[in-house]
Design a protein. Sequence first.
Length: 412
Amino acid sequence: MRIKSAADVLSRRDFLQFAGAAVAGVGLLGSHRSAFGQAALADIEIRFGAADEVPPADAGIDRGRLDDLTELFQKQIRDGIHPGAQLTVIKGDQVVFDRWGGIAIKPTTQMRHDTKMLLFSSTKPLGAVCTMMLVEQGDLELDSPVAGYWPAFARNDPQKEQVTVRHVLGHQGGFPTGPPGFAYEHFNDPAAAMRAMERVELKTDPGSKFEYHPLNYGWVLGELIRRTSGMPVDRFMRERLFEPLGCLNSSLGVPADELDEVSFMYRVTDREHPIEIWNSPSVRQASCCAACGHMPASDLAKFYRMLARGGLTERGDRLLSEATVRLMTTRGTVEKTGEKSSYGLGFAIGRTAGGDTVGGSNFGHGGSASSFGWCERELDLVAAFITNGHQEGVAHRSRMAAISDSVRALVG
């Protein structure tokens, strides 16, 4: 396969071809570099960029600690921890770190500030906020059954009538996986997703335990948003969330004419995750609000800054009430046991990007061994770190913990 020059246009067919090569046992980077990976990268200059940032002294940040974060960010890319990444940090209302580097779509395409990155489960908070907008409007009620808005949801199992909107947002719905037969090739078919959720079977009683719903969370919320707003979830998210935030390079699913512009996901050391499927156009275009969000880190940081401001955008538009933001970002309880959950409504609570427990003031969400967006309430700090390299668990947690600790040290 010939690696095209930067001036060549990457077609959808090339997208799949290159993605397949990058993940079929010949990962481009990492501790197990193949001969292909070394050859492909031998003459590639790894570049880094920075957007406008407030001078450290003006933000009350030590220059040395900012330099430490810069060196760490660049070192992870140079060492092959991931091919490319973006990191944005906002203190108060001031952008203090906004950097990017490495490769994006192919070895000859450098990462940019506005390169769209796949969020995986860092998408879930976006879907949750859209859902809570409809709750505030009175179109949805948290403790009403999903089947009240979508009768066929419980058609095959009367017990599914007990599943409430709150259960879904808090991962207590009882249907974390399945159903059989609903596969990745169906992701860009909203009708197929709807029918799949209508036949999915409960594994546990609704409200009886916290059990993470990796994808079904998004299929159900997306259909509820569509039924109650009259808009497909991707359009609702664009018009009601991204546009007011000024996140104009963000989307739920990727429009067909933008597929050539989004970053690949690359396998680094992880050998289990089906990266090649997540690079396919059918999955990239899907509007699952659990996993298919695409945005640069600078836009994800804007989203978290809005939440840190109690639901207000930078220009003063109110997207959510302060009470709703507090509800979403406070640890919930398992309904039928009273046990505390590590999750609010759409957010993980009290953890850093590296997974360490740090108390109840932090909230955020990670995406499949590649990304994390979070808010440090007590430090008045938000950050978004998105990579395009899928690492195995220990290595992923290590790189995230290092970045998280260095970000916190800016003001600690």
